[in-house]
Design a protein around this ligand. Structure first.
Ligand code: GLV
Ligand code: MG
Length: 324
């Protein structure tokens, strides 16, 4: 292992993250009552320019008046290149900072973008005597943000999560795509001909590199990696497949842009019963080996390596957060 210790960000259950437009207050109560682990109230791209001011007021009222229970609540502010962003931070945090858990920064391009928001949050928390530290979640969704993803991940002790924003990322990189978060049939391998001359087409995951990069930057800095939106909410199998790919790469959660996607994310991003049982058995075996002064841990006649023990610890912690 390296001599450097990776500090883990505040642990939160974040299997699902429900996007709710700040301009649609009639959706707020349903979001509060939903099974989403985290809700983000959006002031950015789901809100038209003419509705920005009213949406900000709705969000402030919602933070102060709605009972969000144990949910973590985030607000997606506008980008740092807009004339809305400073007031999103100042008004929302000054007037409703006590109930705000996270600020989501979209289209982050450089570490200095995070520094700027951190500076504002720090001043407002001090001026308003807000006791808890508000966390930051960051969307990587531009070519510049992807280029600087490691610096961005390390930019502030407030950082908790990196999200891959596939829709804007596709636009920024000019990727040819039609279906947000879905596959592109052009991104496929055509096999060489077999003995009978037959060739077969193998669809590839056009987002693999980008999502894998976000996962590495997040994990190297103790943050949660999250996969962003899947646009076609009538396609549950497509959502499930995308969520499984993200989980396989190491993501802890995925966005829900529609309430029907919450249960899918919670299910796929939760460890299965079998995984939990096996992880507990690994930890029990480790505890027994320590008690008996043995250097090596064995289970079912096989040696368990240290990486498997760490994975088991992380899995049991995640299961406990999910109340299992
Ligand atoms: C999310 O904001 C995205 O652009 O995918
Ligand atoms: Mg976006």
């Amino acid at each position: 292992m390296s001599f450097k210790t990776v500090e883990q960000a505040t642990a939160r259950l974040n299997r699902s993250e429900l996007a709710v437009p700040g301009s649609q207050p009639k959706l707020f109560a349903k979001a509060a009552a939903s099974e989403a682990d985290i809700v983000f109230l959006d002031l950015e791209d789901a809100v038209a320019p003419d509705d920005k001011v009213a949406a900000r007021a709705n969000v402030i009222r919602a933070l102060n008046e709605i009972d969000w229970g144990k949910k973590a609540i985030s607000v997606r502010i506008n980008g740092l290149d807009t004339p809305y962003m400073y007031r999103d931070v100042v008004d929302v945090v000054e007037q409703a900072g006590a109930r705000l858990d996270l600020v989501m920064i979209p289209k982050a391009g450089t570490a200095a973008d995070i520094y700027a928001v951190d500076m504002l949050l720090t001043q407002i928390e001090a001026a308003k005597a807000i006791k808890k530290r508000i966390g930051i979640e960051i969307i990587i969704e531009t070519a510049l943000g992807m280029q600087n993803v490691h610096d961005i991940a390390a930019s502030s002790p407030r950082n908790e999560a990196l999200h891959f924003g596939v829709a804007d990322y596709a636009a920024s990189t000019r990727a040819r795509t039609t279906n947000i978060g879905g596959l592109n049939p052009d991104y496929a391998m055509l096999s060489d001909a077999d003995a009978a001359g037959a060739r077969s087409n193998h669809p590839g995951d056009v987002w693999h590199y980008a999502l894998a990069r976000v996962v590495v930057a997040a994990r190297a800095n103790g943050l949660r990696p999250l996969d962003g939106p899947f646009g076609d909410f009538s396609d549950a199998p497509g959502y499930r497949a995308a969520a499984r790919r993200a989980a396989a790469l190491g993501c802890e959660g995925k966005w829900a842009i529609h309430p029907s996607q919450i249960a899918l994310a919670n299910q796929i991003m939760s460890p299965s019963e079998d995984e939990i049982v096996r992880a507990r058995r690994i930890l029990d075996a480790m505890a027994a080996a320590m008690r008996e002064g043995k250097g090596a841990v064995a289970l079912d006649g096989r040696l368990i390596d240290i990486a498997s023990i760490r994975q088991a610890e992380a899995l049991v912690k995640k299961a406990a957060l999910a109340g299992r």
